[in-house]
Write a protein that binds this ligand. Structure first.
Ligand code: OSB
Ligand code: MG
Length: 376
């Protein structure tokens, strides 16, 4: 594959409702998309991907301005040099950018756009390339922290009526046992789990054990992302299974966390781990160890969502993920919206990620465009 050009496109995406977590409240996303121009066997192709960096470095150290900077200064030049030196393949992107420490979300968006272009050139859907086992994936929803329990119950009721098969509640100290109890009492035997986004400490073990009676599927990332042994200790002190999100930055981190008894379940987010190829390796590590995985979300537009659905179709994804329908996030998505159908969302079947931005919508939402590698 020849790399012809790389363009950064930023789009403004207002959320349908504010999304509050223990690390902040989002009202809108400033989304960075990459558009890669390439030639495969003499045919021009375009690859698309979405960067999941946030506006601020509050969930991870990465944020949009930093992603744009590291892509422009280091990642795109490194891949362009590798492409100039020999045949570029998706597998060559990670080694070419390995010298840059961290910046996994930025590496992920570049690898994914190149993978998308390459797959389109070879007429292969991403789901098939990754090893998908199903054509639709069960859909859960992540529900933010609310001002009151009645407000939360109304939101959960709406999502259950829409058909979501699993509810995840964001929790933090002061918003945990009572909202969980209220949702369990009101809606009975639903699939229910919680996500703390690192809001607790080792000293909170006895408090978190108060969630035990509610039969939660899991508690996600209760402690600091670097506190692997703390999670292992907590796993022995509470009955609710521990799931890691922020801590799992690679297949190696997953293998170590599992070996140390720090998690029973893993949330895989391709941006957090450097891309879909590393995501598949994490899936394989977990599957071999008997650890269920599910696909997390970062409030993606249709571009990121399409690729996540392909990943979530792999056989080890045995729990419903956070891949909700487009309208849960956006009144107007940049692609044809993904819809919930009987509690599931269909996996795209076209080549690559299987979807493109709608040109008029993209033009309306765009706030800036810059060539990171001007077309040659
Ligand atoms: O921790 O899973 C998380 C959104 C942004 C950052 C972190 C997280 C989330 C979500 C939303 O929980 C998942 C989604 O619906 O995309
Ligand atoms: Mg999480």
């Amino acid at each position: 594959m020849n790399l012809v050009g790389v363009e950064a496109i930023r789009i403004a995406m207002p959320l349908v409702s504010p999304f509050r977590t223990s690390f902040g409240t989002e009202h809108a996303r400033d989304v960075l998309l990459l558009r890669v121009l390439a030639r495969v066997n003499g045919v021009d192709v375009v690859g698309w991907a979405e960067c999941v960096s946030g506006d601020d470095p509050y969930y991870s150290s990465e944020y949009v301005e930093a992603s744009l900077d590291v892509l422009r200064r280091y990642l795109v030049p490194a891949v362009a040099a590798a492409a100039a030196a020999g045949e570029l393949t998706p597998d060559a992107v990670a080694p070419a950018t390995d010298r840059v420490k961290g910046h996994r979300m930025s590496k992920a968006v570049l690898e994914t756009a190149i993978l998308d272009a390459w797959l389109r050139g070879h007429q292969v859907p991403l789901a098939r390339h990754l090893g998908a086992a199903r054509t639709a994936v069960p859909s859960g929803v992540s529900v933010g922290i609310m001002d009151s329990v009645p407000e939360l119950l109304a939101a959960v009721e709406g999502y259950l009526e829409a058909g979501y098969v699993r509810i995840k509640l964001k929790i933090e100290p002061g918003w945990d046992v009572e909202p969980v109890r209220a949702v369990r009492e009101r809606f009975g035997d639903i699939l229910l789990q919680v996500d703390a986004n690192t809001a607790y400490t080792r000293a909170d073990a006895a408090h978190l054990a108060r969630l035990d009676p509610f039969d939660l599927l899991l508690i996600e990332q209760p402690l600091d992302e670097e506190d692997i042994l703390g999670h292992a200790a907590l796993a022995r002190a509470v009955r609710t299974p521990i799931c890691l999100d922020e801590s799992i930055v690679s297949a190696r981190a997953a293998a170590d966390a599992i070996a140390l008894g720090a998690c029973h379940i893993v949330n895989i987010k391709p941006g957090r781990v450097g891309g879909y190829l590393e995501s598949r390796r994490i899936h394989d590590v977990c599957r071999a160890a008997g650890i269920p995985v599910w696909c997390g979300g970062m409030l993606e537009t249709g571009i990121g969502r399409a690729a996540n659905l392909a990943l979530a179709a792999l056989p080890g994804f045995t729990l419903p993920g956070d891949t909700s329908a487009s309208r849960r996030y956006y009144a107007r998505d940049v692609t044809t919206p993904f819809e919930l159908d009987g509690g599931t969302i269909a996996v795209p079947t076209g080549p690559g990620i299987g979807i493109d931005p709608l040109p008029e919508m993209l033009a309306e939402l765009t706030t800036s465009r810059t060539w990171l590698l001007p077309p040659s």
